[in-house]
Design a protein around this ligand. Structure first.
Ligand code: PLP
Length: 418
């Protein structure tokens, strides 16, 4: 059967596929530390109590109809206040669009801005940019990143690529790495974008920035989150933020996200979304509107939620540093934000107890899964090269008490190699 070129060339999400494979192993009775999915175990990380209550209330009050295509006014106002109070940038309701999570907003943004064959710049590894560029048949302009730059694209790498590009897709805190742009680096990137747009004539399409800050309140220690519009206010005209409640309130299943941007782009994204009907449910919109304004409750939730995530990230990071000090070919990047830890298994060329040589990274991934029961996502699933020996470990489903046990299993698996 012939279908559209798009559907025939579509690649499913590799992470979801990997997750399903692991679930099968668990069903078959294997003990697996499944740290692959960018989601939460709601038994460990429930949504905020006040948010849950407000959802029940909203259903009882009859919030069960179609929402307005741009999202209910009280939620857009509430998001505007939330962002203004916490990030110091100001967006009116006409510059805010609500949808059922971040994904449809990203899709609508790509559709609204990028034409077939146009250049989209993004770093690898990064979350799903490759799929969205494929959707709009854009030209992939990928930037390979390394651990010494925390796997984030630098201004020096971005600058020479900007000429005639349509979209620069940035994400901070970044999925999959759990790292953030420093103020200085983001400033330099912003300056390069401002300069490029000044260079372009009035009839030429502008260079836009997608700034995905889905995890932005989840920063740890001294880490701070910066955004292009605070640093360079003139970028408000060409920056679209992607944001929402999915990750920062462990509310991935509630499906409430928002985009902030110039009203012309927001209006087009709304038009595109309205044909998909990817709106956030009415009751969840109403509840989120009420919750975001309850500063004390939001702060209280974030305080505990962040402490729990940070503790897990640090414990596992410390464990990997100890393994490295013991001489094993592993590594990790100090966690800065989000729910992810970047870890490395440099085991290609080693041989197992059974005398089998691990000849490529895929075999290393299988070995770690089979021997240690540790399931993590290789950076190759986020657009990095197949030979990359780095992985994303997500702590959203991690029970604290299983961390020492998991580290012990990893140590054993490493000891068994020669
Ligand atoms: C960086 C980033 N942006 C956006 C999303 C999409 O979030 P949502 O679940 O709200 O669609 C995700 C989800 O994994 C993400 O990691």
């Amino acid at each position: 059967m012939h279908l559209s070129h798009l559907s025939e060339s579509l690649k499913g999400s590799e992470i979801v596929r990997l997750g399903n494979e692991i679930k099968d192993k668990i069903r078959a009775g294997r003990r697996i530390y499944n740290f692959t999915i960018g989601d939460f175990d709601s038994g460990i990380f429930p949504i905020p109590d006040a948010l849950e209550k407000a959802i029940h209330e909203a259903y009882k009050e009859g919030f069960t109809t179609y929402p307005p295509a741009e999202g209910i006014l009280e939620l857009r106002e509430s998001v505007g206040q939330f962002i203004s109070a916490r990030e110091g940038i100001h967006y009116s309701p006409g510059e805010i669009l609500i949808a059922s999570g971040g994904r449809p907003l990203i899709y609508a943004l790509f559709r609204a801005i990028v034409d077939k064959g146009e250049k989209v710049i993004y770093g690898v590894p990064s979350w799903n940019n490759n799929h969205y560029v494929h959707f709009v048949e854009g030209e992939h302009v990928q930037i390979e990143t390394t651990p010494d730059q925390q796997f984030l694209p630098t201004a020096a790498q971005i600058k020479p690529l900007l000429k005639n590009a349509t979209l620069l897709a940035l994400c901070s805190p970044q999925n999959p790495t759990g790292t953030v742009f420093s103020k200085a680096e983001l400033q330099s990137i912003c300056d390069a974008v401002v300069e490029e747009n000044l260079r372009r004539g009035p009839d030429q399409k502008k260079l836009f920035i997608m700034y995905d800050q889905m995890y932005w309140t989840l920063t740890y220690g001294n880490t701070e989150h910066y955004n292009p519009v605070s640093l360079r206010p003139e970028l408000k005209e060409t920056t679209i933020f992607i944001d929402g409640i999915s990750k920062v309130f462990a509310a991935t299943g509630l499906r409430v996200g928002w985009a902030l941007g110039p009203s012309t782009v927001i209006a087009k994204m709304k038009a595109i979304l309205s044909h998909m009907g990817a709106w956030a449910p009415m009751a969840e919109q109403r509840a989120t509107a009420l919750f975001l304004l309850q500063k004390e409750k939001v702060d209280h939730y974030l305080f505990h939620f962040k402490a729990e995530l940070e503790e897990r990230l640090n414990l596992i990071y410390k464990g990997f540093m100890e393994l490295r000090e013991s001489g094993f070919a592993v590594d990790a990047v100090a966690p800065q934000a989000a729910i992810y830890l970047t870890i490395r298994f440099g085991l290609v060329g080693k041989s197992t107890e059974e005398g089998k040589r691990l000849s490529n990274q895929e075999e290393v991934t299988s070995y770690i899964l089979d021997k240690a029961g540790l399931a993590v996502v290789p950076f190759s699933s986020f657009g990095a090269g197949k030979q990359s020996d780095w992985y994303r470990l997500s702590v959203g489903t991690c029970k604290k008490e299983e961390i020492p046990e998991m580290l012990g299993a990893v140590r054993k698996a490493l000891e068994a190699l020669h």
